[in-house]
Design a protein around this ligand. Structure first.
Ligand code: NAD
Length: 515
């Protein structure tokens, strides 16, 4: 292993040779196939991980179910205290864990560390939540009766996560699920097993110290077959899935067919709209970050840019200057702005998209190919691209599909209504952003005829959400909500409990059934 990689792994107590156990259910094991973790910047194999065999997955779910039966009786504020300890451990290892995210996923260090911070934040949130997961007292129509709406722990929560947020997505789910008194079984992306092992080790340490069964936070590394088996299991009450629309559709159908609960956080295809009265000194850097940050591999990445005719030339000129300043390279180096794509196959996806743009008559303003520098050749580096497709018609696949790479498509409009229509006329509905100083535009954008996305920002880019609000998208993004807001309510089972404390037993609606 290179010194660069060994340093990161050692800082987290991960071995630098041999095979790693990729399953945790109170004990570390793994007898399934060996999976490689590969650094997308250098191509170096970082580790070989023993994944879960089908039998081990089955056993892990059983152990998690047993752990849930115990954990559900731990008082919620006490569960919050465990989360507080997890939060402390994560915060202490924030830099090292952030570096591991960069090493294995490929995002730059500040974003890797930011992702760990997101886990810390959601733990803080869930610690508070553990004293506030309140039910309701409802007025009964019957004398001497009262109705309680009661939240109780739900059971086993299966978390299936995508490669691009190998730490934070699990964090959102684990924190709420644990506060709610559930056990989780995590099936991470097959290409980021090290991040999941490092995080699970931290959590396992805290659980063990508190005499809580480790299977409260189980881990099963594996490929899509492991994912399929987890989704199918009737012993998993809630499946929280983050990934592509294609897989999400399948997962949604499978879970619905067994009447399970599901949260779907799927692909985005997010637009920024720039009005003539926008403060361009804010809008341009935000579009730049939204489109180029994480090499265009965020679900909230800016993929579509709608510019008012009056500002289009200036925005495009300034944006191209910023694109030219991008330094691609080692995501762990302090001055790098652009890391690699996560996999070799993503390069192909990028090149196919650019080819299609060219063949359909688009103008490529900047980018449009792989980097040719020899030093970058072992990694998956592609040039961030700005294109003006021939037609702004949202039905064309250029506009209607999510290409998970740094490609920004631009169209020019004259009226806000037109831009909003373009914004809405795609299958996905995750994030959207309007740049304006005019209150009337804002009202329109946030109102009934405005953006139909789950995230509707004003003078804030499409990516970089905070944990306080419920996060998620509408339409083919899956309608799921995670993190803040009322998201926690999905991780519990609700009961309406009517209690009669009177000496009579009247029926509701005045129904008379006396013999
Ligand atoms: P993916 O759909 O390929 O994989 C996601 C997970 O599903 C992985 O763990 C994978 O092993 C598993 N899986 C694959 N096939 C499965 C099946 N048939 N049954 C069960 N599990 C299966 O997604 P990806 O390439 O890892 O991630 C990128 C996608 O995720 C993008 O579309 C991105 O927009 C989306 N994403 C969405 C959000 C959000 O919050 N909306 C957040 C992050 C990423």
């Amino acid at each position: 292993l290179s010194t660069r990689a060994s340093t990161v792994l050692q800082s987290l107590g991960l071995p630098t040779s041999g095979e790693l156990a990729g399953v945790y259910d109170g004990q570390w094991k793994g007898s399934g196939e060996v999976m490689e973790s590969r650094c997308p910047a250098t191509g170096e194999v970082l580790a070989n991980v023993r994944t879960a065999s089908p039998q081990e997955l089955h056993e892990t779910i059983e152990k998690s179910r047993a752990a849930y039966r115990q954990f559900r009786n731990v008082p919620a504020p006490r569960r919050g205290e465990i989360l507080r300890q997890i939060r402390e451990e994560l915060a202490a290892k924030r830099d090292n864990l952030g570096a591991l995210v960069s090493l294995e996923m490929g995002k730059i260090k500040t974003e890797g560390v930011g992702e760990v911070q997101e886990f810390v934040d959601i733990c803080d949130y869930a610690v508070g939540l553990s004293r506030m997961m309140n039910g309701r007292v409802v007025a009964s129509e019957r004398p001497g009766h009262v109705i309680y709406e009661v939240p109780n722990p739900l059971g086993v929560v299966g978390v299936l996560s995508a490669f691009n947020f190998p730490v934070a997505v699990y964090g959102w789910n684990l924190a709420l699920s644990l506060a709610a008194g559930n056990a989780t079984v995590w099936k991470p992306s097959p290409t980021t097993p090290l991040c999941s092992i490092a995080v699970s080790k931290i959590i396992a340490g805290v659980l063990e110290r508190n005499n809580i069964p480790g299977a409260v936070a189980s881990l099963v590394t594996g490929d899509k077959e492991t994912g399929k088996d987890l989704v199918k299991s009737r012993d998993v009450e809630l499946v929280s899935f983050t990934g592509s629309e294609a897989v999400g559709r399948n997962v949604g159908e499978k879970v619905a067919s067994r009447f399970g609960k599901v949260i779907l956080e799927l692909g985005g295809n997010n637009a920024s709209i720039v009005m003539p009265d926008a403060d361009l000194s804010l809008a341009i850097p935000a579009v730049f970050f939204g489109a180029v940050g994480t090499a265009g591999q965020r679900c909230t990445s800016t993929r579509r840019l709608y510019l008012h005719r009056k500002v289009a030339p200036e925005v495009l000129e300034r944006l191209q200057k910023l694109y030219k300043s991008v330094i691609p390279g080692d995501p762990l180096a302090a001055d790098t702005l652009l890391g690699p794509l996560h996999t070799r196959s993503a390069i192909k996806t990028y090149l196919t998209a650019v080819d299609y743009l060219r063949s359909s008559g688009a103008e490529i303003l900047t980018g449009g190919s792989k980097y040719s520098e020899e030093a970058l050749a072992p990694g998956n580096f592609v040039q961030p691209t700005i294109a003006i497709p021939k037609s702004p018609e949202p039905k064309d696949r250029i506009w209607s599909t999510e290409t998970f790479a740094p490609v920004l498509n631009v169209a020019i409009f004259d009226e806000l209504e037109q831009a909003i229509e373009w914004n809405n006329n795609v299958p996905q509905g995750l994030s959207s952003s309007l740049w304006t100083r005019d209150l009337r535009h804002l009202g329109k954008w946030m109102g009934p005829s405005g953006s139909d996305a789950g995230i509707v920002n004003v003078n804030v880019g499409t990516s970089g959400a905070e944990i306080g609000a419920a996060f998620g998208g509408n339409k083919s993004t899956g309608w799921g909500r995670e993190s803040g807001g009322d998201s926690w309510k999905q991780y519990v089972r609700w009961s309406a409990c009517t209690v009669n404390y009177s000496d009579a037993a009247p029926l509701a609606q005045g129904v008379n059934f006396a013999a």
